[in-house]
Write a protein that binds this ligand. Sequence first.
Ligand code: AMP
Length: 171
Amino acid sequence: MSNLEQYIRTVNDYPKKGISFKDITTLLKDANALQLTGKELFENAKHLQVDKVIGIESRGFMYGLWLAMQINAGFVPVRKPNKLPSEVFRQEYQLEYGVDTLEMHVDAIQKGDKVLVHDDVLATGGTAEAVSKLVEKAGGEIVQFSFLIEIPFLNGRSKLDGYEIKSLIQY
Ligand code: AMP
């Protein structure tokens, strides 16, 4: 069993007081940890039939694209507002204070596509839930949520009821 946790740097009170930020740059810069993480993500996904991998901006792009290539799927970026140039589906979601928005091109996912969603961290689950609604709007079916890190006490899984959820590291 690998111990990827040792490669994650926790930065307290970033980006604001009270948040323990999980910094993956310390994992990405280590050649062995970079390979090992990819292998574990691939092991979790290789048995699935996946048409599209969604990567969530921006740290979900890194392994998201790599994983798509490994499992022979297309890659779809879900982005913050006003970054995608063509027509988009838009989904608002609740933050601790206020709301945020995510967008996906309307032609990115076809009806019936099987979709794997990847991001670096599952915290409260609001981001991942918003992506599930974008995929729903497009008529796709999510077959796995794949995260590097999960923070179980924030209970993100409760927002993703019924979906398969894989995370490599739990805090
Ligand atoms: P949430 O919607 O609360 O599940 O937050 C997940 C999104 O916010 C992911 O895209 C993460 O990159 C980011 N995020 C939330 N909490 C953290 C954290 N403690 N450390 C690093 N990134 C985080």
